[in-house]
Design a binder for this molecule. Structure first.
Ligand code: M3P
Ligand code: FE
Length: 311
């Protein structure tokens, strides 16, 4: 089998300021499928074409931001091996019991050098996409409500010491570097952003160097087409959703995109396109001078809000 180890982003738990307002927003405006509420009051969603029970979990809190992200691994043997590898590398790990998140098996949790809580897990209930496993229709009612992204694509996290994250992800977790952004020449061109893949995508996770640990820049939702990204923009307009950037195309990862804010101020992305890297690609580099086009290719512009606002 070609794909082993860590498979994909599986879930993210977001802090939201008003659960009912956020529930409506994620369900009716973004168009996710609500799949449950747990004893703690957390609300669970999946994107319509995801097969596992959930990918987005909302927790009401006084501040916005991200509690943790979880990545699905191939099987339990892989989970046990990666847990040993992370410990041998020198990080402490914790097992979160099965059932702590609805319909989810044990999770191995550890803190990244950037301050984020990161989890690996092997088991989550298969609930399907509503279209069945035999002779399925190509789409159904859940793909036609709101923006209706197909899946949770990646997250971009801001934090301290991304160089240490790069080492952990590439040497222990089996990710590879696809693109990177360099700082100014005067500073010795340090890597200020890294885009890492565990699959055949331009990024499954990305990090930006930032003085504060544990910050969320955005959760990204995959759209099937550019047309659907533009339609997501129409839906943002109809619902007065504040937009940060777009519709436009990044130079970095070549994605077509809109960034906007949820009612709590957590940024999200509706994203499509990119290209298909393999683990043997030579990473693409964006210099400090070229980064305006990296961020917004047509406009070649560094957007202040995009670079500085995080939750
Ligand atoms: C993306 C993406 C930065 C670029 C971000 C790119 C931090 O979010 O999905 O390609 O400049
Ligand atoms: Fe993104």
């Amino acid at each position: 089998m070609a794909m082993t180890g860590v498979l994909r982003p599986g879930h993210a738990q977001l802090r939201v300021l008003d659960l009912e307002v956020s529930r409506k927003f994620y369900r009716d405006v973004i168009g996710l499928v609500e799949t449950g509420t747990d004893k703690q009051g957390r609300v669970y969603f999946k994107c319509w074409d995801e097969r596992d029970h959930h990918s987005v979990v909302l927790r009401e809190a006084d501040t916005a931001g991200i509690d943790f992200v979880g990545y699905k691994v191939l099987d339990r043997a892989t989970l046990d091996q990666l847990e040993r590898d992370v410990r041998a590398y020198g990080l402490e790990t914790e097992r979160v019991p099965a059932g702590d998140l609805l319909e989810t098996g044990e999770r191995v949790r550890f803190q990244l050098p950037t301050g984020h809580l990161f989890e690996l897990y092997a088991d989550k209930k298969h609930v399907g996409n509503g279209l069945g496993q035999v002779n399925p229709a190509p789409w159904g009612p859940d793909s036609e409500r709101g923006m209706a992204p197909t899946r949770l694509d990646h997250c971009l996290l801001y934090g301290t010491n991304i160089a240490a994250n790069k080492k952990l992800f590439t040497e222990v977790l089996g990710f590879y570097l696809v693109e990177r952004i360099l700082g100014p020449k005067e500073a010795g061109e340090p890597e200020v952003a890294i885009f890492l893949a565990c699959s055949h995508k331009t990024h499954d996770i990305a990090f930006v160097e930032y003085p504060e640990p544990g910050k969320l820049h955005h959760l990204s939702f995959r759209m099937p087409t550019w047309e659907r990204v533009l339609r997501a923009g129409d839906i943002m307009g109809m619902n007065n959703v504040p937009i940060d950037i777009g519709p436009t195309r990044h130079g970095t990862t070549r994605g077509e995109t809109i960034y906007a804010w949820d009612p709590s101020g957590n940024r999200f992305e509706t994203f499509c396109g990119g290209y298909d890297p393999y683990p043997d690609v030579e990473p693409i580099t964006w210099t400090h001078d070229g980064f305006g086009h990296g961020l917004d290719y047509p406009n070649g512009k560094l957007h202040e809000s995009f670079l500085t606002i995080v939750t």
